[in-house]
Design a protein around this ligand. Sequence first.
Ligand code: C2E
Ligand code: CA
Ligand code: CA
Ligand code: CA
Length: 280
Amino acid sequence: AKREGRNCFHYFTNSMQETANTRMRLANDLRHAVKNGELLVHYQPIIDLSTGYIQKAEALVRWQHPKSGIINPDKFIPIAEETGLIVEIGDWIFHQAATQVKYCRATYNSNFQISINKSPFQFKVDSSRCHSWFEHLKKLGLPGESIVVEITESSMMEATNNIYDYLLKLRDNGMQVALDDFGTGYSSLAYLKKFDIDYIKIDKSFVQSLSSDSDDLTLCEAMVVMAHKLNLRVIAEGIETWDQFELLKSIECDFGQGYLFSKPIPANELNQLFAENTAF
Ligand code: C2E
Ligand code: CA
Ligand code: CA
Ligand code: CA
């Protein structure tokens, strides 16, 4: 047994070493990714469920690695946070999204909004960085409300004071705030009480079993009723079937996104959907 244990131990350390090496390599590569133009922002349309038209889009970052191909954000955002690169990357995403929202507002829909995801690390940014974003929007002639900032419930747990100031600053400048992955954390309701927000995003884990699990329909309906009483709008994520779409419409959920409508797509494809006046 001892010998086996030793083998196990060896195997374990080797694979741990490998993981650590992979992460180090990725961290190194990520340093050049922005400069080398390897990062891409894709946009997932968000549909007004009552009309079927595209009203917003969520910006989701991808990394086109020269050797490993497309790397998803779940893999490299944590590394970007650990290394502090998330600040530079976050700024870059913001600039991309601002350019895109300006184009869509001018060309297709003057109320169009783009939402961007913010990691907890980014709440530690100083106020001057926030300020540079507002300045950038002004320079483009865009109101704050053209941008929605998505913050996950789990990130609200950390650094509460920072986040509180941060959200105030965003909202003072007209930006809107969405509470992402709603219902998956431990104190969803406490956050609604504590923070001024504009949207809750019902997590896809509730949406995906809507037709098979009647409890999930009840939960979604309760979230929508509660949100509306608090003057918040609701966005459902992860809609994959017409059945889910119809059920969410029937409980008056305001907005939705998911593979049923579109996967996250490059800017030119989003523009194409608008140009075709797509309605679902
Ligand atoms: P999230 O904010 O919850 O984003 C939604 C995720 O669900 C996206 O994965 C999206 O592609 C995926 N999704 C959309 N529709 C469907 C559907 O119908 N079914 C299923 N099964 N999935 C769907 P993605 O793009 O891989 O992003 C993963 C996470 O990475 C995001 O979760 C977000 O937390 C984070 N992330 C993405 N972009 C950024 C970014 O620019 N900054 C930061 N800080 N985090 C980001
Ligand atoms: Ca999100
Ligand atoms: Ca989410
Ligand atoms: Ca989620």
